[in-house]
Write a protein that binds this ligand. Structure first.
Ligand code: DX5
Ligand code: ZN
Length: 218
């Protein structure tokens, strides 16, 4: 099975992020998932562009910035300058997403749309031809370490069907509760990118690495 691994550093040890990112380097076909939270859009605060910019000096891995913030458009250029390769914003608080998608593209980076578990795919289907990533949240945004919401599988399958039938190129990223038990079904449903927080950083690295290898061999 083919997929990209995107460890979310929200679950990493923030006192030694450089070392934590070295683990991501040891996984082929991987990228760094950055959960950006403002305490308004979600009830948690994480990191901002300043930390991202410093991390950029430590790695060439792609940075995938998942913005869980109000007025995300106010921060696009700061995250671009900090080294983000993908910027994903949530549809729920965005009235007019097309100018936002265009703004990200004009900055020379790849736009993504994120949807919460309660957001229906129909609401964003018209945007799919214009984005690089559809991020399907399989937990409520805000915290790592939550349980995978099983009904997300249907949404992933539906996104995959739309992608195939309309011959679109966006990648399906799935975020929340991915571990050795949930990953296979998520990939089979159509995910291209697996975001992994707790599972990746809170288990022995060699074990996680070999589980990822096993999945890729299937
Ligand atoms: C939640 C974040 C996720 C989270 C994933 O708001 O978007 O990226 O860190 O963590 P796990 O894999 O532990 O659910
Ligand atoms: Zn995320």
């Amino acid at each position: 099975m083919k997929f990209t691994v995107a460890p979310s550093i929200l679950a990493a040890d923030f006192a030694c992020l450089t070392k934590e990112i070295e683990k991501i380097h040891k996984i082929p076909n991987s990228q760094v998932h950055l959960d950006i939270m403002d305490g308004h859009f979600v009830p948690n605060i994480s990191i901002g562009p300043c930390i991202v910019k410093n991390l950029r000096k430590t790695t060439n891995l792609p940075f995938d910035a998942h913005l869980m913030i109000d007025n995300p458009e106010n921060f696009f250029s700061q995250f671009k300058d900090a080294g983000a390769n993908y910027i994903t914003f949530h549809i729920e608080q965005t009235r007019d997403p097309i100018p936002l998608i265009n703004k990200i593209k004009e900055l020379g980076i790849k736009p993504g749309i994120a949807i919460k578990p309660s957001t229906n795919l129909d609401e964003i289907e018209y945007l799919l031809p214009q984005i690089d990533v559809l991020l399907i949240m399989s937990v409520e945004p805000g915290f790592s370490g939550q349980k995978f919401i099983n009904s997300s599988l249907k949404k992933i399958e539906k996104a995959q069907r739309i992608k195939e039938s309309k011959r679109l190129n966006f990648q399906i990223s799935v975020d929340g509760g991915i571990n050795d038990k949930t990953a296979e079904a998520v990939i089979k449903a159509g995910a291209d990118i697996l975001v992994m927080g707790n599972y990746f950083f809170k288990n022995p690295f060699e074990l996680v690495k070999s589980e990822i290898e096993k999945l890729r061999e299937k």
